[in-house]
Ligand binder design. Structure first.
Ligand code: SAH
Length: 350
């Protein structure tokens, strides 16, 4: 079976080439081609034809295809639905900010975390993405849009820490000076709170920003919203966050989508502030994106909740919404695509 060459690090490619009797510098040449977006070995004109044929016989290069592309008329946000080699689809969103362009990428096809407010999880879990498939979203979004990408957020479909090894490998690939060379400080990783994996990430001691999707300060509410909370609970999660900060020195960002009459009371703001005492970090308040068939509604208490947190000395920002005219919230495009193809399969022409 052919091997996925773009999932290999430069040193791994060099070692394979050496075993084929080639000089080690070929590793760097091939790595550079791949990370510029080469889609075939034939493009690698500084390699001999014989070597290109040998590579072709043993390796494949992942190339996602644009299945759909939506451009926001409001703010230029671009949403891509990519079709992968095996036919599965994933989403990527390119957002334009004053400080540069940021890309929001997926780490899995679907998600198994089951958060009740999240569209990504409703269509179920299919598989984890390979390092190459995570990288391709950054690479091909930059190539297709012509927009240089300076920031990455791992906040698309999937739970990054459920695909730990491939995500870590992706981080090393995208950070490599012979590749896209995107600095760790320009990367944010968002997790629903896999406590053991946060511990592993702390040990890796990367300079990325960890975002924790908290959404409630009490176990009763959080366990209803995020099933993962039933396995560890808020207290253990906060302890893992504290340890993460102590090890890496990086402040944590706590995501909090305000939901009407569920997690938006003053008492919950007070408890949240108490939980965050002595922990450098900030709260990012998000307006809940309405999702189909959900009884959960956006809170009308955004400003009041923010004020209440600030009265306890907690910094809280309200996340600006981009691409609201193109359904830019995660999981929604893949889901509508699945519904569409489901209809095609059943012959329903509506
Ligand atoms: N699995 C990871 C990353 C993907 S979700 C995580 O849970 O963090 C990215 C962010 O969007 C998370 O903070 C998630 O809780 C939030 N989110 C999901 N659905 C949402 C919705 N309908 N409205 C607002 N935020 C939502």
């Amino acid at each position: 079976m052919k091997e996925d060459i773009k999932s290999l690090e430069e040193a791994e490619i060099a070692a394979r080439l050496k075993a084929m009797g080639e000089p080690a510098f070929r590793g760097k040449q091939i790595f550079t081609w791949l990370h510029k977006g080469a889609v075939s070995f034939d493009e690698m004109t500084n390699l001999s034809k014989a070597l290109r044929e040998k590579l072709e016989a043993n390796y494949f290069i992942t190339v996602p295809k644009v299945e759909r592309k939506l451009v926001s008329a409001l703010d230029g946000t671009i949403k891509y639905l990519w079709r992968l080699g095996d036919g599965n689809c994933i989403e990527t969103v390119l957002m334009k900010y004053h400080h540069g362009n940021s890309v929001c990428i997926s780490t899995e096809v679907g998600c198994k975390m089951g958060c009740v407010f999240c569209a990504s999880t409703q269509a179920g879990f299919v598989r984890r993405l390979a390092p190459s498939e995570i990288l391709d979203q950054v690479l091909f979004t930059q190539l297709d849009s012509g927009e240089p990408i300076s920031n990455i957020v791992l906040m698309g479909i999937g739970e990054p820490l459920d695909n730990y090894d491939n995500v870590l490998k992706f981080l090393r690939l995208v950070n490599h000076p012979d590749g896209m060379n995107i600095g760790m400080r320009h990367i944010s990783l968002s997790t629903c709170g896999l406590v053991d994996q946060i511990g592993r990430l702390a040990e890796a001691d990367l300079q990325l920003t960890l975002s924790v999707s908290l959404h409630a300060p009490d176990d009763e509410t959080r366990s209803k919203l995020l099933p993962i909370n039933r396995s560890a609970g808020v207290e253990k999660l906060m302890a893992a966050c504290r340890a993460y900060f102590e090890k890496t020195g990086r402040r944590i960002s706590f995501e909090y989508a305000l939901i009407d009459s569920v997690n938006d009371s003053d008492a919950q703001a007070d408890l949240l502030a108490k939980r965050l005492k002595g922990m450098p970090g900030h709260v990012n308040l998000i307006g809940l994106n309405d999702i189909k068939e959900s009884p959960l509604k956006p809170s009308k208490r955004m400003a009041a909740f923010q004020k209440r947190l600030e009265s306890h000395g907690v910094t809280a920002t309200v996340r600006r919404k981009l691409g609201s005219d193109i359904n830019a919230a995660c999981g929604q495009l893949r889901r509508s695509q699945l519904e569409q193809s489901g209809k095609e399969n059943t012959g329903d022409t509506q």
